[in-house]
Every structure is written in C-alpha cells, then in structure tokens.
Design a protein around this ligand. Structure first.
Ligand code: TRP
Length: 340
C-alpha cells in the first residue's frame, strides 16, 4: 500500500513563486508515488480575523492554483478543511490531551500573538482587542489534520518543524493514554524544493505575508508586474556574476532561474559567470514568465467554470471522509465517548 502524505496551505496572502518552487512543485511529483491529501486550511486562517468575502474567494483561488500547478484530482485528494467536519471534531479531542504549556512554548504562537497585539495597539480596534484562543490551539488543529488520516509524511517548510514535532508528541501521548491509535508521522522532512528568498531582502524567505509586494512574484501577478519586480531585485555592489563570490541576492536570482529551468550546476556556471546583473535579471524574468504565462492560462481555464473547482472539492471530501470518520470513531471508542 502506498504511504499517505498530507499537507495544508492557508488561504491567506498571495501564493508566489517561492511557494511554487519550495512546495507545490514537489507536491505535483509526490502525487504519483504516495496517496496524497492536500488541504486548504480555512479553519487555521480564521485564527486571526479574515474578511468573510475575501476568505471565501481565497479558498477557491488556492484550490484552482493547485490544479493549475498540476495537482491531478483523479489521483490526489484536494479538500477544504471546514468541509470535512472531522477535522474540528478530532481537534477538540486532542485539545483535551495536550498540556497548555506545550502550546504556550510554540515560537509561532508567541510571534503571532505579539504581532496581533501590536496591530491592536496601532488600530485601537476594541472589537478585536485580544488574542483569540484559536491562535493558541492552532497547532492542535494541525495535529488533528495530520493524525485524522494517519499520514506518514508531512511535507512542510522548516518554519513548521516545531508544529510537526508537537503533532508527534500529541500522537504519542494519546497512544500511551488510550492505546495505539495514531500513526506517528515521520520527523524527517523530505527534502523539498528550492528555498526562495525575498527579492527586496534576500536575508528573509520569500513570504506571502511580507509587508512589501516587491518581496515576491505572485503566481497571479500580471507578467509585466512580475518582470518589474525581478528587475528591481536587490543584488550587491559587484558589477557581474562571480560564482566564486556570490552575494545572497544574486544567489537567490540564480536559484530561481535554476529551479524553473532545472539546468545542472555546470551549465548555470558556464552560462552566467561574468554576466552583468542587468542581463542576469532579464534572463531570470524571461525564464519565470515562460512558466508563469502558461500557468496563468491554465488558471483562467480552470476558473472559467466555477462549478468545476467546487466539484473537485466535493469529490475530494467524499473520498477522504470515510478515512476521517473511521479515525474519529476509533478515537471516540478509545476515549469512552458515546458511539452506537
Ligand atoms: N500550519 C501550516 C502552515 O502555515 C499549514 C497547515 C495546517 C498544515 N495544517 C497542516 C501543513 C497540516 C501540513 C500539515 O504552513
């Protein structure tokens, strides 16, 4: 039997070439060798306030972007988290076996809570004037996503490594309290694709929540905008590419080119060594656009019929629900909750 892979993506911000090269491109390959479930985690998104109309549109946008990138709904399941009620159900049961200290220690919780407090201070918005409990529970819901499907492998970036470790701790604690129930997912993150850095600040990972839109090339950026952002990317004070002394900005541009082109190292070196930065950027922009334009064409075709994406999501939910419901039923039985 094929091992199961689960991964989630939040419907917030704009998906960009860093998400594509670092994760989605890899998912497209994984779907052939594993039983894959890809989930738009809308319940995670609402741990901080989301405009309802925007959230709804974003969920469909992310699903359509995955399809445009090559996720094949015949072989992989594409689902929306809130569409499969078992995610929230299992999250509650796992909350009850999770010590609060484990959650308060999470670095992402501490960072997001601080960010939210700053926002409240500056905006003086009384209605939102506290950090929601959902932010603390966030990792338990993520554990539920993974454990619900007894996933073996969870391809995520390093920023999610602590959450994955917590998922293992929760699974082990449940298993020792109530008997073997959950597959404990592997810690070793499969080596994922390229790590793409911000165009305006190559010290930071390209981020969809970055303050400046110049930091990333969005998958849906108009080609002219994408080109402009690449032409403005930060390099360094040298005039030309020197492979023996690459600054982080130049390295990042070369990395983007190589990830799209899949050229081997020696070809990269032969082609780019000694090139002036202006010419490098032009070539990077051309390479990116040669992938972005057909990608956006597929996206337009997919979204031209709104019932298509809805149908994919419905059949995804139908396919995974029996697995999810089975797990919830077993958990209920183990815990002594009521089942018929
Ligand atoms: N927390 C993840 C992120 O922000 C998203 C996510 C939610 C996830 N549930 C998941 C990733 C389950 C992997 C598996 O990137």
């Amino acid at each position: 039997m094929k091992q199961r892979v689960f991964s989630g993506v939040q419907p917030s911000g704009h998906l960009h070439i860093g998400n594509y090269l670092g994760a989605i491109k890899n998912f497209v390959k994984l779907q052939h060798d594993y039983e894959c479930i890809f989930c738009v985690v809308d319940l995670h998104a609402i741990t901080v306030y989301q405009d309802p109309a925007e959230l709804k549109a974003k969920i469909l946008e992310i699903a359509a972007l995955f399809l445009a990138a090559g996720i094949d709904p015949k072989i992989a399941s594409l689902i929306v988290q809130s569409d499969v009620a078992a995610h929230a159900e299992l999250a509650w049961m796992l909350t009850c076996v999770t010590p609060i200290g484990w959650l308060q220690r999470m670095t992402q919780f501490k960072a997001k809570a601080a960010q939210w407090r700053d926002k409240i201070d500056t905006e003086q918005d009384d209605q939102l004037a506290s950090v929601g409990d959902g932010l603390l529970q966030y990792p338990v819901l993520m554990a539920a996503d993974i454990l619900l499907y007894q996933a073996h492998i969870v391809p995520v970036g390093d920023d999610q490594a602590q959450h994955l470790e917590l998922t293992r701790d929760i699974a082990q604690r449940f298993n020792s309290l109530y008997g073997d129930t959950f597959v404990v997912p592997a810690t070793k993150l499969p080596s994922v694709g390229a790590r793409v850095m911000g165009l305006d600040d190559p010290a930071k990972k390209m981020s969809k929540s970055a303050q400046s839109a110049n930091s990333y090339v969005g998958l849906l950026d108009p080609p002219a905008t994408a080109k402009k952002k690449i032409m403005r990317a930060v390099t360094d004070t040298q005039p030309a590419v020197d492979f023996d002394n690459l600054g982080p900005g130049v390295q990042n541009l070369l990395g983007i080119f190589q990830a799209f082109s899949e050229w081997p190292d020696d070809r990269m070196r032969n082609h780019f060594h000694g090139k002036r930065y202006g010419d490098l950027k032009k070539e990077v922009a051309e390479m990116v656009l040669s992938h972005l334009e057909p990608f956006q064409e597929r996206y337009r075709q997919i979204t031209a019929d709104p019932s298509y994406v809805a149908g994919v999501l419905r059949s995804g939910a139908e396919r995974v629900s029996p697995i999810a419901n089975d797990t919830v039923r077993t958990v209920k039985q183990r815990m002594g909750l009521y089942t018929e």
